[in-house]
Design a protein around this ligand. Structure first.
Ligand code: SAH
Length: 288
């Protein structure tokens, strides 16, 4: 299915209001939304919706604008599944600590000591090539060394790479969720491909808003490689769903966004354990 990203730029509280209005307006469609800070000083944000029906939805967005507001809604055509798969075919395997994330064409790159995760290049995010995925894999390795995990939530699972990594590291149960139903399909196929169906189940859910997620809580580890904005919003729910003494790993955070994220979680009594850097991104470990 061809997807288009519709996006526009707004500033300050108006940007946040318009994002909230978009959340309401697209709630029934379940389309992924994003708000990304593009200029911290000017408090300017880019708001996006990913949609298969761009014309109708651009009109829907314009309807949210107030009188005299002239934000320009732009279109970005996103490549089809097959195109993405093709472009990823040539990507080399990625190492992060003991983990090797590879495509089916690179099985021979596995060493005996590796925890190998095979990811079919699909449309979902998470081939290990992004710094945030590698940051999370390293954080998982460090947590796994310290504590025995039983019950984990991988929120924003994408390709399920992190959930699979955990399942291959220890006998843990992982609930893998994503807001994007296409990601859930890709996640399920990778879970089968890696033979971890007994340990990992994937389902579509927005944040903690699904009864299955509440039913499986509290978790002794939650990993969320989403983005700074959504992570800050999720902070109160994150406390409610984490066991006392439990750990959370947050990523998808630009280095300059780390303090507001840490502050939002400190407000929920999470203690900072470690921040690791990869390029301009950070991965933050906190403890409840
Ligand atoms: N965990 C993978 C993918 C990270 S990309 C990795 O580390 O490589 C972020 C994923 O989070 C995307 O697949 C996106 O669809 C999902 N996502 C974004 N907001 C979400 C939300 N509120 N609830 C659940 N998933 C969300």
């Amino acid at each position: 299915m061809t997807q288009t990203r519709l996006h526009f730029i707004a500033a300050g509280d108006r940007a946040r209001q318009l994002f909230a209005a978009m959340e309401r307006s697209f709630e029934d469609d379940g389309f992924p939304l994003a708000i990304l800070e593009i200029d911290e000083t000017a408090d300017r944000h880019e708001l996006s919706v990913y949609t298969p029906t761009p014309e109708a939805d651009a009109a829907k967005i314009r309807d949210l604008f107030g009188h005299g507001e002239t934000y320009e809604v732009e279109y970005e055509a996103l490549p089809d599944i097959d195109w993405v798969a093709k472009s990823l075919e040539g990507l080399p395997p990625v190492r992060a600590g003991r983990y090797l994330v590879h495509g089916s064409h690179d099985r021979q790159a596995r060493k005996i000591s590796d925890i190998a995760i095979e990811i079919d290049a699909g449309q979902a995010f998470g081939t290990g090539h992004h710094e945030t995925t590698a940051g999370c894999l390293n954080a998982i390795a460090s947590v796994a060394k310290r504590v025995e995990l039983r019950n984990v939530l991988d929120l924003g699972t994408g390709s399920a790479v992190l959930a699979i990594a955990l399942a291959k590291t220890m006998p843990v149960k992982v609930l893998a969720t994503d807001i994007d139903p296409i990601a859930t399909l890709v996640a399920n196929s990778n879970i089968r491909l890696n033979g971890v169906t007994r340990q990992v189940s994937a389902l579509t859910a927005n944040g903690f808003n699904a009864s299955v997620v509440s039913a499986c809580a509290p978790f002794d580890l939650i990993i969320a490689n989403v983005l700074a904005g959504p992570l800050m919003k999720l902070a109160p729910a994150m406390t409610r769903h984490t066991k006392p003494g439990g750990t959370i790993i947050l990523s998808g955070i630009l280095a300059r966004q780390r303090w507001p994220v840490i502050a939002a979680y400190a407000n929920q009594r999470f203690k900072h354990v470690a921040t690791t850097w990869s390029g301009e991104w950070v991965t933050i470990q906190l403890k409840r």
